[in-house]
Write a protein that binds this ligand. Structure first.
Ligand code: SAM
Length: 345
């Protein structure tokens, strides 16, 4: 026993002696986080966790996944067990860790977070050498191919954005609002909730995203006060005669080229009532790992999307003829800003 411990101590010592000991220890810790993220992302893709709220025997999982390689399935499940995300008792596997349980319960934010990692985020880093040599109009088709997950990822900001919007609605008292680039419709709902007499239109370029958002509003009996349209904000026009007291552009501006943004603000100004406001929220480019990562994801897309800095947003709004009436940091840990502006006519 003493010899075994001595041998292990020697191995630990030798493995760190030759290189950068502290860096190697950090890399081990990093790889645990990476394996956990990859494991959970693959579990989300397999859609296997909800059924595992009740522990299931391997045969049931083989059936559910139409698995022809139970040896691989068992190896994958063992990763989950080692991570503490799964438990295994009497040859039955069930969810155990906090993240796996939240995913099994259908948490939409976590679901999108893990899904996005495998669907498109890892690819940017894996294919960077090619992406760095792309032509000016080339890039990843993430927005087109993963619109639904992309729309859901931004739900993480909702707890910070919803109170901001509710305050703006209280101060501006619009009779109609437009949510431009409405995604899942989370803020269409927030606007409807903020004022029971408010009518809300939403528009988004992704037909599947709009179909899901419409179905959700219909399910909750909100279709009478909300209309959603499929359209590209670059050329979409509001229904004839429709003007808005409030236009919101939430987590969307970074999908427009820098050179297009002032023109977009000008278009949106034409849809506003006299005294109406444009409310924009966005992650800003500098100030956190998440912001830098998102900026890279956007830069590598076709269409040269990019995060703006807050000063860029203000400069473009002023260029488009607005007066900025408020600028606020909305999230304590991230450079996530809310800006209110009125056409200065
Ligand atoms: C990150 S999501 C944000 C969705 C929603 N505003 C939110 O905060 O939850 C960006 C949305 O912008 C939409 N979008 C991107 N470019 C657009 C365009 N040119 N016209 C309309 N919608 C667009 C995408 O389809 C996507 O649903």
């Amino acid at each position: 026993m003493r010899r075994e411990v001595a041998g292990q101590a020697r191995g630990v010592w030798d493995s760190f002696r030759g290189g950068h000991a502290a860096a190697r220890a950090l890399a081990v810790a990093d790889s645990r986080s990476l394996v956990r993220s990859l494991f959970l992302a693959s579990a989300v893709r397999l859609e296997v966790l909800p059924a595992m709220r009740t522990p299931r025997p391997i045969a049931a999982l083989v059936d559910q996944l139409r698995c022809t390689r139970p040896d691989r399935l068992v190896a994958w499940l063992s990763v989950g067990v080692e991570l503490g995300e799964l438990g295994c008792r009497d040859d039955r596997y069930g969810v155990r860790g906090r993240r796996a349980r939240a995913l099994a319960d259908g948490d939409p934010v976590l679901h999108a977070h893990y899904r996005s990692m495998l669907d498109y985020q890892a690819g940017v880093y894996a294919d960077l050498a090619t992406l760095l040599r792309d032509g000016p109009d080339e890039g990843r088709p993430d927005l087109r191919e993963h619109a639904s997950v992309i729309a859901q990822v931004s739900l993480a900001a909702a707890p910070f954005v919803v109170p901001f919007l509710a305050r703006v609605v209280g101060e501006v008292s619009p009779t109609a609002a437009l949510d431009a680039g409405c995604g899942t419709g989370v803020y269409v709902r927030a606007l409807l909730d903020a004022d029971p007499s408010l009518e809300v239109d939403g528009v988004d370029v992704a037909p599947d995203v709009v179909a899901d958002a419409r179905a959700g509003l219909a399910r909750d009996g909100l279709s009478g006060r909300a209309q959603l349209f499929v359209g590209d904000l670059r050329d979409w026009s509001a229904p004839a005669g429709r003007r808005y007291g409030l236009v919101t552009l939430l987590n969307d501006i970074y999908y427009f080229r820098e050179s297009e943004r002032a023109a977009l603000y000008e278009r949106l100004a034409t849809m506003l009532d006299a005294g109406g406001e444009l409310v924009l929220v966005t992650m800003a480019r500098t100030g956190s790992i998440a912001a830098a990562h998102l900026h890279l994801m956007l830069r590598c897309q076709a269409g040269a999307a990019s995060l703006p800095d807050a000063a860029d947003v203000v400069a473009d709004l002023v260029h488009a003829g607005y007066a900025v009436v408020e600028q606020q940091a909305l999230v304590p840990t991230e450079p996530f800003v809310g800006v209110r502006a009125r056409p200065a006519r």
